[in-house]
Write a protein that binds this ligand. Structure first.
Ligand code: AMP
Ligand code: MG
Length: 409
């Protein structure tokens, strides 16, 4: 068992962090096409009944039950199409030809689908018993006028935006974008495209964070690479805090000699917590700056992406006024061995697949080092292994959490 004194459990850290946040209050009004991923600033009440009128669910015939009781072929007295209602007199002892979506004529008690109708010289006959109300979509049965259709805090996707269109709503008030400043720290970091000197590496974290922020609907202020120099870092912290609601740095949060982040956070603001009982991602820092919230991601790329995913995502959702949804976890059988030492909550990368017995199983992506970023591209889920757990043998039950859209899920 590795020493875990002083490490905070992930759920405790999340609770501590989220309970301090209050959602942004400013909003903007956008056309529906630009609302995907944005959060509603106010409840939406329906200005209409949907459907707006009783209408046919089928192509067929509009009937009155008393006419059917005559048990003889009934002549067709008129037609109703979507957008072109039947407006004439509907004589007793007849039916109206009707198409899907057409308003049902006054007095109509059911629609018989055309597959159950036989058209003869003498009129239309029906082969099946007819039930009152069948194949009629009732006014307001989807959404009633003045009902609350979507609540403030709803994050919108294709499951929501089209509902607004169906109500005739063209623009909607959403919470303004969260402004997030991001920078990487490290004397060893270079930009892709530049040559590498001895001991240098390319900056991958800032790109990962920038992409994730954009996908989450944030406005990104990218401040580049900051050297491991207390004065330069101090300036970056102050500049970021001046511009943003949230400041995200990567690197410099371990206990190395050039790790100044923690000291600066203490000087300029306040540390909420630092060091989590998770693997990878132990050196994650959260705190407060004068005008913004601060998240210090670990330097190792897997740890940076993972702590962003597990901690910064819920932070951003909460700031936008949306309810952070607990990650959906499933229990599946291990299709192979997972190496683990007790002590921290592990987020290994795995492949969820269908086993030979047709049941789901999960296997490891291989090397789980916090510098092996390809484990994200090879995997499709996190395998979440409890703190106290040791090695996992094939056939044991484990929790998996499927990657969301940030990692291609
Ligand atoms: P640090 O937390 O600054 O001590 O960094 C831990 C490890 O992550 C070191 O191997 C760094 O070189 C590496 N690292 C730090 N920042 C980045 C970055 N932006 N991109 C890729 N690797 C990084
Ligand atoms: Mg560093």
């Amino acid at each position: 068992m590795e020493p875990t004194a002083g490490l905070m459990a992930l759920d405790v850290a999340l609770e501590k962090m989220l309970s301090r946040l209050s959602p942004l209050t400013e909003s903007e009004t956008l056309p529906l096409l630009h609302c995907f991923g944005r959060v509603l600033a106010r409840d939406i009440t329906s200005p209409l009944d949907v459907p707006g009128f009783d209408n046919s669910a089928m192509d067929g015939y509009a009937v009155r039950l008393a006419d059917l009781a005559l048990e003889k072929p009934l002549p067709v007295a008129g037609k109703a199409f979507a957008g072109q209602p039947f407006r004439g007199e509907w004589p007793a002892g007849s039916v109206i030809r009707i198409m899907t979506g057409a308003p049902v004529p006054a007095g109509c008690e059911a629609v018989v689908m055309q597959e159950d109708a036989e058209v003869t010289e003498a009129g239309v006959r029906f082969s099946e018993a007819v039930r009152a109300g069948q194949n009629i979509r009732l006014r307001g049965e989807d959404i009633a006028k003045n009902a609350v259709v979507l609540k403030a805090g709803q994050k919108m996707s294709v499951a929501q935006v089209p509902i607004l269109a169906s109500l005739g709503i063209a623009t909607v008030e959403v919470v303004r974008k969260i402004r997030v400043a991001v920078f990487s720290t490290g004397d060893e970091l270079r930009l892709p495209g530049e040559p590498l000197g001895e001991g240098e590496i390319y900056d991958t974290n800032r790109l990962a964070v920038h992409l994730m922020l954009e996908q989450l609907g944030c406005e990104v202020i990218n401040l580049g690479i900051i050297r491991d120099d207390p004065a330069a870092l101090r300036e970056a912290f102050i500049e970021a805090d001046r511009q943003a609601d949230v400041v995200i740095s990567s690197g410099g949060v371990s206990v190395g000699e050039a790790d100044y982040t923690k000291t600066l956070l203490e000087e300029l603001g306040e540390i909420g917590f630092w060091k989590l009982a998770i693997k990878p991602g132990k050196p994650f820092a959260f705190g407060r700056l004068p005008h913004s919230w601060f998240c210090g991601l670990p330097g190792n790329p897997v740890s940076a992406a993972l702590t962003f995913y597990q901690l910064v995502q819920p932070l951003l959702l909460t700031l936008s006024g949306a309810e952070p949804v607990a990650p959906r976890r499933l229990k599946v059988r291990a299709g192979g061995r997972f190496k683990k030492s007790p002590g921290r909550l592990d987020f290994q990368r795995g492949v969820l697949r269908t086993g030979e017995d047709g049941q789901p199983e999960v296997v490891t992506t291989g090397h789980q080092g916090s510098h092996i970023f390809s484990s994200f591209s090879q995997g499709n889920c996190f395998v979440v292994l409890e703190r106290e757990r040791g090695n996992v043998e094939p056939g044991e039950w484990v929790d998996v959490e499927l990657f969301n859209h940030l990692f291609g899920g």
